[in-house]
Design a protein around this ligand. Structure first.
Ligand SMILES: Cc1ncc(COP(=O)(O)O)c(C=O)c1O
Length: 451
């Protein structure tokens, strides 16, 4: 086709681009961990998009499953009918939930599923005769999505600023972001002070008003894949139980195997009340998310003769559920969660070599969810000033070298802070792991020339 890449840039064409100030390469195809643009450039997708592409690009099996289902029923309303893909996918998801007999509700995006989870928690309390319980406590930093309630719970100042008058009131406690512990403590001797902050926050608000606590079990891009200490979630669970507060875990990024287990909960033996998933559930072949709840949570709603008060046109979408089934089937048949755990260890060790660089402050993660945090001063952990746009420029330089990364900024103090996420498909080979490290080293050298 030979279209110059610079054409795909705002305000040309009719697409309202996700960024008004850069051009977008036009991607033609993908295979495994690689994407190819129309000019023949090859990119190693080291972030799986936004930590979405779990099984790799260009899967013929999933394409066939989508096509087969669309040929049978492209759509039926979840209000009027049920169908085989949703019944089978719900059973499969329920089989790896951290509680028995879970019930699963499918939507299309992580943000919607987060909103639905907060509504479900609230409705549980209302039907239980506790209508005052409505407040939700979340972590700082955190990210739960971009719709208004999900954005309210997210600690992303730069996303929220413009919309502040539209956001709902939320309360936050410090995230288990050990590299930047607010009390200067280090695990394992830190006593998980950050977890105990939950009790204080509940007391401050009044336990009679708190409906739920929500957190990412292992940090997503907000904390650059920070892994909480082993006892963190046990302490949180106990505090929630003591105060009759529901525990919602956001596994939108970590679910479907990304951390080397079906859910990050399983690393901690954690039994939450609600699990939210998205992203990798279909490896991105169709937008699909899920809210899974303990059956006991639904009991009061059922007993009062009510329904879960949430409806969206594309809930339980047959093609989405078929994509989910095909993805999970491939994960099981090819033992991709085990592959993710093994490759994750190799990748983490390989990227650990970057720590020799003066501006690489930390490399951390679990499975194939890894964060690399950049600092101006390594000893003091001082971030680069935001004006330098280090993470954005790093990602742009890496892209020039054919390496796809996912940036995040502002995590250090709400404004400053730069990190990139590495979350490649579970099918990444040892050779490709080394290639990721080499391209990152080259990009670090490129940055030295401009910073
Ligand atoms: C942890 C987490 N929760 C929720 C979301 C929101 O998901 P979506 O972008 O599909 O709405 C994201 C998206 O990045 C996420 O990383």
């Amino acid at each position: 086709m030979g279209i110059a890449m610079a054409e795909y840039r705002y305000p040309r064409g009719s697409v309202l681009y996700r960024n008004f100030h850069k051009f977008f390469p036009l991607i033609r195809s993908g295979r495994g961990v690689f994407l190819y643009d129309v000019d023949g450039k090859k990119y190693l997708d080291a972030s799986g998009g936004a930590a979405v592409v779990n099984i790799g690009h260009g899967s013929k099996e999933i394409a066939a499953a989508l096509s087969r289902q669309a040929g049978k029923t492209g759509y039926v309303s979840g209000v009027q009918f049920t169908h085989e893909p949703v019944e089978r996918l719900a059973a499969q998801v329920a089989s790896f939930l951290p509680f028995p007999a879970g019930k699963v509700f499918f939507l299309t995006s992580g943000s919607e599923a987060i909103e639905a989870s907060v509504k479900l928690a609230r409705q549980h309390w209302v039907e239980n005769g506790r209508p005052d319980k409505h407040r939700v406590i979340s972590l700082q930093p955190s990210y739960h999505g971009n719709t208004l309630a999900a954005l309210s719970l997210s600690a992303r100042r730069h996303y929220q600023e413009t919309f502040r008058p539209l956001l709902i009131r939320s309360a936050r406690i410090p995230a288990p972001y050990c590299y930047r512990c607010p009390w200067g403590r280090t695990p394992p001797d830190c006593g998980v002070k950050c977890a105990h902050e939950l009790e204080k926050a509940i007391r401050r608000i009044g336990r009679e008003k708190v409906s739920a606590f929500i957190g990412e079990v292992i940090g997503g891009s907000s904390t650059g894949a920070s892994v909480p200490p082993p006892e963190y979630w046990e302490v949180v669970r106990r505090i929630c139980d003591r105060n009759e507060v529901l525990l919602i875990v956001d596994e939108v990024m970590t679910g479907a195997g990304r951390t080397g287990k079906w859910l990050a909960c399983h690393h901690y033996g954690l039994e939450p009340d609600i699990v939210v998933m998205g992203k990798g559930l279909t490896s991105g072949y169709f937008p699909l998310s899920a809210v899974a709840a303990k059956a006991s949570l639904l009991e009061p709603i059922f007993k009062r003769g009510k329904n879960f008060l949430h409806a969206q046109t594309f809930a339980h979408h047959p093609v989405g559920c078929a994509a989910g089934l095909a993805t999970l089937d491939l994960i099981v048949r090819r033992r991709l969660i085990l592959a993710c755990a093994h490759s994750g260890e190799k990748l983490l060790a390989e990227l650990g070599r970057l720590l020799d660089h003066p501006h690489v402050g930390d490399v951390r993660g679990r499975g194939l969810l890894i964060g690399v945090e950049f600092v101006a001063d390594k000893r003091k952990k001082t971030p680069f000033p935001r004006s330098k746009q280090y993470a954005e420029r790093f990602v742009a330089k890496a892209l020039e070298r054919g390496l796809i990364l996912w940036p995040n900024v502002g995590q250090a103090d709400g404004t400053n802070g730069d990190l990139v996420m590495i979350a490649p498909p579970f099918t990444i080979s040892d050779r490709e792991i080394v290639l990721v490290r080499k391209r990152l080293e080259e990009t670090l050298r490129d940055m030295e020339k401009v910073i």
